[in-house]
Design a protein around this ligand. Structure first.
Ligand code: GDG
Length: 736
């Protein structure tokens, strides 16, 4: 088994050196360093994964004649598979839809978001190009792990080509609330959701992002989740929370490295006697650099006694330098720093020391180790690894982490001084608290956060995700092992042909026909009727429809076929030769009260309605606003509870309906009316939902029990859809 990691940028970046040669260096950034750390440990082997391959763009355009050489070198030396894209395309893709649409929107900056059709097309093209490139290398038993917002369409594109592969997706930036996501044009948002739903497992940093994903699936794709799993068609997508960790040991042990020690010594002498407040960010509007400077200025204004005693060390790492907005941000930042230093500084003291460049690991680790306060105050951030790295470097030194509540890391690092980055007073208050915090409290807070990040480092994070992905994948394989493939269908058909007496029982909705928004529109078409007629006409066959519907509907739709019918989950049956009869004497005194209650709910929820049958009452909400419907459904269940206990009723949660019926009435008891002898040579029962599981569990294990659709089941076999079942029935009906 091989792990295929896919990200926009490879784990190594190509560049041309002064000698004109193409050289490679580890890529910068949180995602690349996290994955590099995990892959290099080889710990994936513990999951039964033998090897890995990292697929992505190599960081520059490679001339066609050089590609074979570059690919070979990347493959051999770095286990990387390059996706060759021209700079111009990559630029339009990355600077376009990625960073002018998804990035601002998902970080809650709708005013900075552009909605450009051509950029959307380019995003589609690049995702397609990745899929094409992957088609060359993917093997059927590979575990595929796609990373981040640049490749949100890729899970489904891979799924189209590799139906059986395990596909995981991890989202490194915030996943926004539905109210933000819906700002995207309808076709785009549907396609992005569909893209993500191609995965077996979608991972997010925080529980809020995961919930936002579920809500988007519900509102955009009309798909509900059950215990974190979304069933769609024949597939299931699980979504869960995996807060990314860091390579704890690397930072924890960094002060033992020679070059880090020498950086620490240098910094110590430069800043002796001063409290160092550190901030490190990529130049980006999401990081709230201006707000932070404004907050620091207010702090200096409020505390003249601290002048000359504190320094804000602001490291700003260049990013997206070609984008005018980022250039303007740089200018504004520098002007503000100039203003603060001009107003408060002196010959001996510079209140803000600013570096606009990438720094070495040694310098970074030394800054983390020595700084008294880390001021990590993004306006929005998926996780923020700087916060965790700062804590990890505090093995022998101490400090205080001030952390924005808008960073994903705030969910885990609850012992930080948590603040709101939108409010000037929050900066002042947080800095005051940090400056005045007693040593004991500083140490206790640091130790508690260090424990957390050492226990759930990048390796645990990756293992957690991959373990969960393998779990979903194995469950799918288990279900797949029940799939009635052509070979098994041939065996089933053989058993059918050999039997001289057969019983075929079929659920109706979701089994023989797809669900319709309005139940009255799910009538059988000519093809279905003709298949049923043919099956029923065979004298070796007894055919029965097992349904929860009312008998009048079944009679109208299926009464013309000479077969058994069961209505209202078994309260009514009609044998092929006889007429309808009730299978018991049922109490109906409760119906009036239940119907009145359900009617009240129907009035409160547009497009819901009540269906009154002889022995049961159902409240349907398929065509409704699904979220409100779910809340109302909970309320209704609650309101029905007392009555149900008093009258001995069952409350059934059907497929987008709640039904109340007498306890003891169920499909299996009803089906006993059709199992007239014990010498059937062939029994088949097909159903799709929870009400069919009773029969799956109860009838003989030699019977063919078939579940239609995805999900756990006691049935022996599975098919993906009513259409596949019809194919099978058609085959059987024309077998003789
Ligand atoms: C995303 C999400 C999420 C930065 N400057 C230098 C440098 N760095 C390193 C830091 C840290 C990483 O880069 C930045 O971490 P972030 O957490 O900000 O990650 P991003 O790359 O922005 O991207 C983010 C992350 O993915 C992981 O899921 O946390 O929310 O936006 O490791 O140390 N390292 C060196 N010199 C620098 O100048 N050596």
């Amino acid at each position: 088994m091989r792990l295929i990691v896919i990200s926009n940028r490879l784990g190594v970046t190509a560049s041309v050196n002064s000698g004109g040669e193409i050289v490679f260096a580890p890529s910068a950034g949180g995602l690349a360093s996290a994955l590099n750390s995990y892959l290099q440990t080889g710990r994936y082997k513990e999951l039964g994964i033998d090897d890995y391959l990292w697929v992505g763009w190599p960081g520059m355009e490679i001339a066609p004649e050089l590609r074979d050489g570059v690919r070979e070198k990347l493959l051999k030396e770095f286990k990387c598979w390059p996706v060759f894209l021209p700079d111009e395309v990559m630029d339009r893709f990355y600077s376009g839809f990625c960073n002018r649409t998804i990035w601002p929107l998902f970080h809650y900056f709708p005013m900075l978001t552009s909605y450009d059709d051509r950029e959307w097309e380019c995003y589609n093209d690049v995702n397609n190009f990745f899929a094409l490139s992957l088609a060359e290398i993917i093997k059927s038993d590979d575990i595929i792990w796609i990373h981040d917002y640049q490749l949100m369409l890729l899970p489904e594109l891979i799924r189209e080509k590799f139906k059986e592969s395990a596909v995981g997706y991890f989202h490194h930036i915030p996943f926004p609330s539905f109210e933000i996501f819906r700002l995207l044009p309808g076709a785009w948002r549907a396609k992005l959701m569909n893209g993500l739903l191609g995965s077996d497992l979608a991972g997010f940093h925080t529980v809020d992002y995961t919930h936002h994903f579920f809500k988007c699936a519900l509102r955009i794709s009309n798909l509900e989740n059950n215990l974190g799993k979304i069933a769609h068609g024949s597939r299931v997508t699980k979504a869960d929370t995996f807060p990314i960790g860091i390579d704890f040991d690397k930072f924890n042990d960094s002060s033992q490295l020679e070059d880090v020690r020498s950086e620490i010594d240098k910094l110590r002498s430069s800043f002796a006697g001063k409290k160092i407040i550190l901030s490190i960010d990529r130049l980006d509007y999401t990081k709230g650099i201006i707000n932070r400077l404004d907050g620091y200025r207010a702090f200096l204004e409020r505390h003249p006694e601290l002048h000359e005693k504190v320094i804000l060390l602001s490291v700003i790492v260049p990013s997206r330098v070609k984008v005018p907005q980022y250039q303007a941000m740089k200018k504004q930042t520098e002007e503000m720093i100039g203003e603060i230093n001009g107003k408060y500084g002196s010959i001996e003291w510079t209140p803000v020391i600013y570096q606009y460049k990438s720094i070495s690991f040694a310098h970074l680790a030394a800054l983390y180790t020595l700084s008294d306060i880390a001021l990590v105050t993004p306006l929005r951030d998926g996780m923020n690894l700087v916060a965790k790295e700062y804590i990890a470097c505090k093995k022998n030194t101490d400090g205080v982490l001030i952390l924005s509540e808008m960073a994903g890391a705030a969910n885990e690092l609850t012992d930080a001084v948590i603040m709101n980055p939108n409010n000037r007073e929050s900066y002042v208050g947080a800095l005051e608290k940090a400056m005045n915090m007693p040593y004991g409290e500083r140490r206790a807070r640091l130790d508690s956060m260090r424990r957390r990040i050492s226990e759930y480092s990048v390796c645990e994070w990756a293992e957690d995700f991959l373990g969960s992905l393998l779990g979903v994948y194995n469950a799918r394989l288990a279900l797949r092992s029940k799939y009635l493939n052509p070979e098994r269908v041939a065996k089933l058909a053989g058993d059918y042909a050999r039997a001289s007496k057969r019983l075929i029982m079929l659920d109706y909705d979701g089994t023989l026909v797809d669900f319709c928004p309005l139940p009255e529109n799910a009538s059988p078409d000519d093809e279905l009727l003709s298949i049923l007629k043919k099956l029923a006409a065979d004298e070796k066959n007894e055919v029965a429809i097992i349904s929860g519907r009312g008998r009048h509907t079944l009679e109208k739709w299926l009464g013309g076929v000479k077969m058994d019918l069961m209505a209202e989950h078994g309260a009514w049956v009609k044998t092929a030769a006889g007429d309808w009869h009730a299978t018991g004497v049922f109490n109906t005194c409760w119906k009036k009260e239940v119907t009145a209650l359900m009617r009240k709910f129907a009035v409160r929820l547009s497009a819901s309605f009540v269906e009154e049958k002889d022995y049961s009452v159902a409240w349907h909400y398929r065509a409704c606003d699904i979220e409100l419907a779910r809340e109302r459904a909970d309320d209704l269940r609650d309101a029905l509870g007392h009555l149900a206990r008093r009258e001995g009723l069952d409350i059934i949660n059907g497929s987008r309906l709640i039904e109340v019926r007498n306890a003891g009435v169920n499909k299996y008891n009803g089906a006993l009316n059709f199992m007239k002898s014990d010498d059937y040579g062939f029994i088949l029962f097909a159903g799709d939902d929870a009400t069919d599981e009773d029969i799956f569990r109860s009838i003989s294990s030699e019977s063919y029990t078939i579940k239609i659709g995805a999900g756990q089941t006691a049935a022996g076999w599975s098919l993906n859809s009513p259409a596949e079942l019809l194919e099978l029935l058609k085959k059987l009906s024309s077998a003789d």
